[in-house]
Design a protein around this ligand. Structure first.
Ligand SMILES: [Zn+2]
Ligand SMILES: [Zn+2]
Length: 87
């Protein structure tokens, strides 16, 4: 009688992963709540900081906050400006 449980089941230690809100509200939350929070918090942020809205340098129809500018610009940049080597 040597019934052992399946040894391939590994327990993954879950760290309480929390992302700080980029909209300076001082909140941190797990990624699942993060996206929902971002939607709400961004709306608040835009309302409170109307001067923090800038236009995307690559697409004038994109209105982005200065907080997300760097990330947005990186994603929105035409591929020629991205330093990705494609061969
Ligand atoms: Zn927030
Ligand atoms: Zn853009």
């Amino acid at each position: 009688m040597d019934k052992r449980g399946p040894s391939n089941v590994k327990r993954v230690a879950k760290k309480p992963l929390k992302c700080p809100c980029p909209y300076k509200c001082g909140k941190e939350m797990p990624p699942l709540q993060f996206l929902t929070h971002l939607t709400h918090c961004r709306r608040n942020y835009v309302r409170k900081n109307p001067h923090d809205i800038v236009k995307c340098p690559y697409n004038s129809t994109h209105c982005i906050t200065t907080v997300e500018f760097e990330l947005h610009a990186r994603m929105c940049a035409p591929s020629a400006e991205r330093s990705i080597t494609t061969t």
